[in-house]
Design a protein around this ligand. Structure first.
Ligand code: ADP
Ligand code: TYD
Length: 208
């Protein structure tokens, strides 16, 4: 179980559509917090653990599963991410680590509600929201056109979610999900349509 907020590390989540700069900024934030003397653990979802690996295979089309199965796989990966005894988020927070995660449950709300009812996606996360809520969510707000340009420049095989129409819906779903939790959880939007260093400077202020 998570210790009270004042006796544990902080849990910080980076969110945004594909290509919005989450991995870049999560890494820079981790470097900054380490530099100022914090114990930091940088992590991501889907994880690099067995369920996360299975998810990446499904995302690349190696096998087909229903949308609800996919949502449940992400949920299982997330519970394992939170609770595993090796490097689970709760264990690390209790040991005083600042944990930074590149994606968390907001991604499920935004992506799985493309085809499923958002209320259902949120409802299966009820326990996760209760046992391990982020202390801060940093949302990298980038328009879909710029995001697709960055993904193109990265020159990787595009995953199933990476096209204009789909990303526009994902973008709108993020807005909807944040609106629901806006009074309960701390969510900070950062304009991600600027240079890497400029964004990092804004985030540094938020973290301070
Ligand atoms: P995400 O994790 O959200 O998919 P990345 O951090 O991997 O995004 O960034 C996607 C691509 O865009 C990478 O090639 C990265 O180097 C580049 N990139 C990241 N931030 C910026 C920025 N502010 N301006 C221009 N390119 C960026
Ligand atoms: P990721 O590798 O982080 O993509 P990117 O680096 O391009 O942002 O995530 C892979 C995909 O998984 C991404 O398109 C979003 C999707 N996803 C979900 O559908 N549900 C989830 O709960 C999470 C965490 C990610």
């Amino acid at each position: 179980m998570l210790k009270p907020a004042d006796s544990r590390g902080k849990f910080i989540v980076f969110e945004g559509i594909d290509g919005s700069g989450k991995s870049t900024q999560a890494r820079l934030a981790a470097e900054y917090l380490s530099f100022i003397g914090k114990k930091v653990h940088l992590t991501r979802e889907p994880t690099t653990r067995p369920i996360g690996k299975l998810i990446r295979e499904a995302l690349s089309g190696t096998f087909e599963v229903s949308e609800a199965t996919m949502a449940a796989m992400f949920l299982a990966d997330r519970i394992d991410h939170i609770q595993n005894e090796e490097d689970g988020i709760i264990k690390l927070l209790n040991e005083g680590y600042t944990v930074i995660s590149d994606r968390y449950f907001w991604s499920s709300f935004a992506y799985h509600s493309l085809t499923l009812d958002m209320d259902w996606v949120i409802s299966i996360h009820e326990k996760v929201i209760k046992i391990c809520p982020p202390d801060l969510t940093i949302y990298l707000d980038l328009n879909v056109a710029s995001s697709l340009n960055r993904i193109d420049a990265r020159n990787e095989t595009q995953e199933i979610f990476e096209n204009r129409e789909v990303l526009t819906k994902v973008y709108n779903n993020y807005e909807q999900a944040f609106a629901r939790y806006h009074d309960v959880l701390k969510i900070t939007k950062v304009n991600a349509d600027q240079g890497i260093e400029e964004i990092a400077a804004v985030i540094k202020d938020v973290l301070a």
